[in-house]
Design a protein around this ligand. Structure first.
Ligand code: ZN
Length: 399
């Protein structure tokens, strides 16, 4: 891990050793950022050298932990120009291994788990993060212990079982799953890889920011619309822009960062509208967009700060709007998006109508995953004629 110099707390600024596994800041529970000797990297490496590197997110290995990657070919996903709007691009994360952007974070987290010689990883999950953890753990020969509510989307459960993960189906909510992991991890020797509770999933997610810059020839767009549950991708991209400026790869310009959430679970939107520095726990969270069912993001203070710094905004989309946008994208763009991704289109339309973005602004909409993971949800919605919202109530972290 020669490139990684230390971990830095995003609350108190404490420097913490990265030579053994860390979770959050021991002083205040702050999220830890991985820091690199960017000045040294700048001396030895420039963005022109990327051209010959593999078309995966590990092309940015110079700014990732220095350990042999556990890779399934994740990242460097297409930046598709919209057929409908000029200057709009869709970043197609559904083409990642296990069909979602979660592959990026888990590739780096499992890479580091292997480097640290951890044998057993655990996570409470209700969706795509579980599939990604199960796949990368299988590739690394590490045990994965996953706790899921009994009514999770079918694809995620079937995938986890196929990858050989130890899946425990829980009669309860995701919060019950999280509590079970917390209660048992010490006794069982599990390392908890819940989002932002370990520092390396963020490093995988940040590669989306590097890709946005590289795919636009190092000119950052005017806006990025990001479906936000835990918001790690948004936090990671912002970190990437700061690193790239230090490396001299981009200037001081930044995209306006836009959060889109489901109106059935919109804690960041509420906090943003009220001028809050953190969010309140969203009670009775209900939405068919499973990845947006995060009543309180662990990194909420970082997300809200980034919205402010970037001149961004937070927008909510109803399940009905999300489903309309899902069908629209499929028919107009040929993209079978995750419902979370389709929410980006809802936000873009609203922000154009409000004049927040103009037709000339280059804006990237993130489709965070493949709609193929949601066939049971979509089929149920088709039969009932109304969105098949899932009542979840108690999610405490971004899964
Ligand atoms: Zn701290």
């Amino acid at each position: 891990m020669s490139r990684t110099t230390y971990l830095e707390c995003t609350k108190c600024g404490a420097h913490i050793d990265a030579d053994h596994p860390q979770t959050v800041c021991p002083n205040d529970g702050g999220v830890l950022y991985v820091r690199y000797s960017l000045k040294n990297i700048k001396k030895d490496f420039n963005r022109g050298s990327l051209a010959s590197l593999p078309a995966t997110m590990w092309r940015y290995a110079e700014v990732l932990p220095d350990a042999p990657p556990v890779s399934l070919g994740e990242g460097f996903t297409p930046m598709l120009p919209s057929r409908e709007f000029s200057n709009v691009f869709i970043k197609e994360e559904g083409l990642n291994p296990t069909g979602s952007f979660k592959a990026r974070g888990m590739s780096v987290a499992v890479t580091m788990a292997k480097a640290y010689r951890l044998k057993k990883l655990a996570a409470p999950s209700a969706g795509n993060a579980a599939s990604a953890l199960a796949a990368y753990a299988a590739a690394a020969g590490i045990e994965a212990h996953i706790f899921m509510p009994r009514d999770v989307p079918m694809a995620n459960r079937v995938e986890c079982e196929s990858y050989g993960a130890r899946v425990t189906l829980v009669d309860g909510l995701i919060s019950d799953c999280a509590r079970m992991v917390a209660e048992r991890k010490e006794k069982e020797g599990w390392f908890d890889v819940s989002t932002l509770k370990e520092p390396f999933r963020l490093e995988g997610k940040k590669t989306m920011g590097y890709e946005v810059a590289e795919q636009f020839d190092w000119k950052v767009p005017q806006g990025i619309i990001y479906p936000t549950g835990g918001g790690v991708g948004l936090i990671g991209m912002w970190k990437a822009f700061e690193e790239m400026e230090t490396l001299g790869w981009i200037g001081s310009e930044r995209p306006k960062m836009v959060v889109v959430q489901s109106s059935g679970c919109a804690p960041i939107v509420k906090a943003w509208n009220e001028g809050g520095l953190t969010s309140d726990f969203w009670p009775d969270a209900t939405t068919l967009a499973a990845g947006l069912r995060v009543p309180k993001a662990y990194g909420d203070y970082l997300i809200l700060d980034i919205l402010k710094q970037s001149g961004g905004i937070a927008v909510a989309a109803t399940d009905a709007e999300i489903m309309e946008a899902f069908h629209h994208w499929a028919r107009v763009e040929g993209i079978f998006a995750a419902p979370e991704g389709a929410a980006s289109l809802v936000a873009y339309r609203k922000l154009r109508a409000q004049g927040f973005f103009s037709a000339e602004d280059r804006v990237v909409l993130f489709n965070t995953g493949s709609g193929l993971k949601y066939l049971d949800v979509l089929e149920k919605q088709k039969k009932s004629g109304t969105p098949a919202a899932r009542q979840i109530g108690g999610i405490i972290g971004p899964y």
